[in-house]
Design a protein around this ligand. Sequence first.
Ligand SMILES: [Zn+2]
Length: 303
Amino acid sequence: MAHHKPAILRKTLNGLLAAICLQATGHASPPVESHAAPVVPDVRLYVFDCGTLHIADLGRFHLERKEVSTSDMSVACFLIAHPKGTLIWDTGAVPDAAWKPTGTAVTYHIVLPDSQQRDVSIARSLQEQMAEAGYTASAITHLALSHYHYDHTANANEFAGAIWLVRQAERDAMFAAQPPGVTQPSTYEDLKNSKTLIITDDEYDVFGDGKVVIKAAPGHTPGHQVLFVRLAKTGPVVLSGDLWHYPQERTLDRVPTFEFNAEQTRATRVAIEAFLKKSGAQLWIQHDFTANASLRKSPGFYD
Ligand SMILES: [Zn+2]
């Protein structure tokens, strides 16, 4: 058919559009050529189980054991499927390549470069859960991390082929000669060469229709961010990143000891609370073990 553009030309045009977009920060990026990702009619939010983090020292959160219902934290990863592309939001605490699923949860002991140690129970790989939903890492068009701590970056390298949506201050810290504490730079080192879109505004509308919006939420780290997702049936949802970890930080007004800037965290919390009120969005605290346990997990999804 003469009026159909040859496939090779379409491919070149897509590449050109992506290249143009990457220079124009603050604007929505066009869809990147996808590798056999399922076509979705509207936005879907998938929740993956990326493990359970066992916290030994609640003092780091200015909390006491009697103030929380459990000291365990959920580690959640999320995939947002949009008709124009796919966004992975946070990538877990243990890289898939570092362990072998056995069918039951195993506890993985993590020693970070700054010599802090953590225990994470993990039952399923991210890759396996994505495959169940019909996705491979190479099919993902966009990657965003709420922030650079190790329990959010574990599988980041798997998404080095996606467009990385990040703020300059965060990226600078990640690749500094002396990386910040509680990071595992080897898990995100490949992002250094990713197509990168530096977010300069408070809000970044990922697909251009207001349904998937990354919002600045600095304080926990310099470029910490949260994600707003507008779902047709579920309604609007905000994924918290680590603006709060335990729900009691919110109800008892506690700020952890290890914030990049605690005053900034307090100001961000006020701003996001106001946004929740105005938008009517539900807040999903990503590390809230009890709330996360009741979320529908992939291959089920929220739409
Ligand atoms: Zn975290």
